[in-house]
Design a protein around this ligand. Structure first.
Ligand code: NAD
Ligand code: MG
Length: 383
């Protein structure tokens, strides 16, 4: 039995994690969870899982409402509530399915408290991958990634030592068929139409700008201890080849399967093991053709910004992440144009004075600084 805490249970990854837990009720005990503002799912989850002792919500008013209805459950709220949940509830594995920087301190807290981690929140690794790796060593904890590309790479690398290149596949996002001129006036509604995956809004925009692939390069760099210049991106329209490894002998291994996040999620929940799943399989004979296209770094500058942030190091990746997050939400609120997301990130990175070997607090400060810079640029309309 694995005792679980799920952070962000109402989201795209969180709800699919819940689906896996439901399918394997003898293997997992759900001990606690967090939701943001979608608190209408709390009732159903508490009725179904009697093992839950602690629930965290985003807002204080929701916490006060819920504790009156469920006096036997402990409730907390906000960013500190997430840390309380991790510290106070005994568990074997924390699933971090939060989106954005808010997931960073819970990642650190889980590892510091000796909890293993199933990590969907890639922003944690972007912001503080070095610190995360140091903590994994120091506390002898384990991290299981939940990202289709990284689960694919881990499967391909298993038992194979002489990897020459990691090849991350990319759908190209919602605007993959547009050139840069055509991006000038694209809308939020169009940006949210991802060609192959149904995901949360922030990652869907990150896919359209390809910052998501930049983040995934950083993720692979930290997870597999692989040099950035040996991690390539390959455009692949169908999102069925989840990534590849090229070996020194010239051959490739690829992980192929349906675009169903429950496969990588179950791989992580079962601690990097393949389990029997009954999801719809991929009929390759009906499928026919896979397409590959060359990745053009000029078309998607965000990938270059991510590589630059890692090359510079220190607090720069945290600034990349903070600036991106703030700009993406400004775009979603229709305050800025799509192409301004890139301009803002580039400008904020240029202005940043980095701190090398940052502490957790340095990273928190860098994130805050980057967001303030973004808001200032938007206010001054100085893009
Ligand atoms: P989502 O927006 O669907 O869900 C995010 C969850 O975080 C929700 O439960 C929300 O309530 C919670 N949350 C957000 N802000 C919060 C705050 N301030 N306080 C407390 N809770 C908060 O996002 P998602 O698509 O599930 O993505 C989650 C993470 O997984 C992201 O880091 C994303 O990059 C990564 N990821 C997602 C997918 C996917 O298919 N959705 C695939 C690979 C990786
Ligand atoms: Mg991915």
């Amino acid at each position: 039995m694995t005792r679980l805490i799920v952070l962000g249970i109402s989201g795209s990854i969180g709800s699919q994690t819940l689906d896996i837990i439901r399918r394997h009720k003898r293997k997992f005990v759900l001990c606690g969870f967090s939701v943001g503002e979608r608190i209408n799912c709390v009732d159903e989850i508490l009725k179904e899982f009697k093992t839950i002792s602690f629930v965290v919500v985003k807002n204080k008013s929701d916490k006060e409402k819920l504790e009156k209805i469920y006096p036997h459950i402990k409730f907390s709220y906000g960013d500190d509530g997430l840390l309380e949940l991790i510290k106070q509830v005994e568990c074997d594995l924390v699933v971090n399915a939060l989106v954005g920087f808010v997931g960073f301190l819970p990642t650190i807290c889980a590892l510091e408290n000796g909890r293993d981690l199933a990590l969907a929140n890639k922003e944690s690794l972007v912001v503080g991958g070095n610190l995360v790796n140091q903590l994994l060593k120091k506390t002898n904890t384990k991290l299981y990634p939940i990202d289709s590309e990284h689960v694919a790479l881990a499967k391909c690398l298993k038992g194979n030592k002489k990897a020459k290149k990691l090849v991350l596949t990319a759908s190209g996002g919602s605007f993959r068929d547009l050139n840069r001129n055509e991006l000038e006036n694209v809308t939020v509604e169009d940006a949210l139409k991802h060609p192959s995956w149904n995901m949360g809004q922030k990652i869907t925009i990150d896919c359209a700008t390809m910052m998501n692939k930049g983040f995934e390069i950083i993720e692979a760099y930290h997870l597999f201890n692989f040099p950035i210049d040996k991690i390539d991106v390959l455009l692949h329209d169908e999102s069925k080849i989840h990534s590849l490894v090229e070996f020194e002998d010239g051959s490739f291994l690829a992980d192929i399967g349906p675009a169903d996040m429950r496969i990588p999620i179950s791989h992580a929940l079962f601690r990097n093991k393949r389990v029997k799943n009954t999801f719809a399989s991929l009929p390759l004979d009906e499928f026919g053709t896979f397409h590959f296209r060359k990745f053009d770094p000029k078309r998607y500058p965000c990938v270059g910004y991510a590589k630059k942030a890692i090359a510079i190091g220190g607090t720069m990746p945290a600034v990349l992440n903070g600036a991106n997050e703030e700009a993406v939400y400004a775009f979603l609120r229709k305050e800025i144009k799509f192409l301004s997301i890139e301009k803002i990130i580039e400008e904020v990175m240029e202005r940043h004075e980095i701190v090398q070997n940052p502490t957790v607090q340095d990273l928190v400060d860098a994130d805050k600084w980057a967001r303030e810079e973004v808001r200032r640029l938007i206010k001054e309309n100085n893009l």
